[in-house]
Write a protein that binds this ligand. Sequence first.
Ligand SMILES: [Zn+2]
Length: 244
Amino acid sequence: MSEILLFSAGLDSFPAWHYLGKPPILYFDSGHYGGQQEIDTVRVLAAAHGMDLEISSELDLSRRATPQGDLIPFRNVLFAMLAAFRADVIWCIGVKGDHTADKSPEAFARMSEMLTAFAGRSIRVDSPFWDMTKSEIVAWYLKAGLPVDDLLQTFSCATPGAAFTHCGRCPSCLRRWIALANNDIDTSGHFASPPWNWDRIRTYYLPTMARGVYPAHRVEEFHRAMATVGITRHDGPRTPREEQ
Ligand SMILES: [Zn+2]
């Protein structure tokens, strides 16, 4: 039974490579925004750790990409289809609470069923981290005695500036910072702008978290990280409209 890990160079997929026992990794150079920084990071990590890496350019999604770094609809389905040419078990990293249309336990079960039917052999699309949050994945990584410096070399920004710079003002950077802060990892100088100062924290995240839109574990980890920089759940906007 062959396996392959869809590798993004991010804060989840690098620990996943260790967690899964260092399987071959596959990166799709699909032309999405910020892709060059990802490719550079993938190459650096692969060279430093002796990863069995394939960078594929067989999928060009550049015409679907936006400067805002929006997710490309059902791209994980496309990735899984192409990965199924190579392996029977396709690891695509989703974490606890992920619920986009193409990244959830249910979505991966559907992909497995569809690909198995078309391939004529058993194909499994899965994530090892459905029961773990990003903070818990980082905690596992540290507990395994793996180096913090390697983890900080990973890349997870949707709208990067110069090479290897995390903007600190996008949802990916925010989630990255939360996971690092909740594990007492020093992020001084790691983000171009401190994620906790992003205006969306006060205008969107604090009021939205208060409304119960996010799962309880996301809310708890968000507030735990914010508390490390002195921001409480009462620091959101207090306009009359918000209080209705
Ligand atoms: Zn960012």
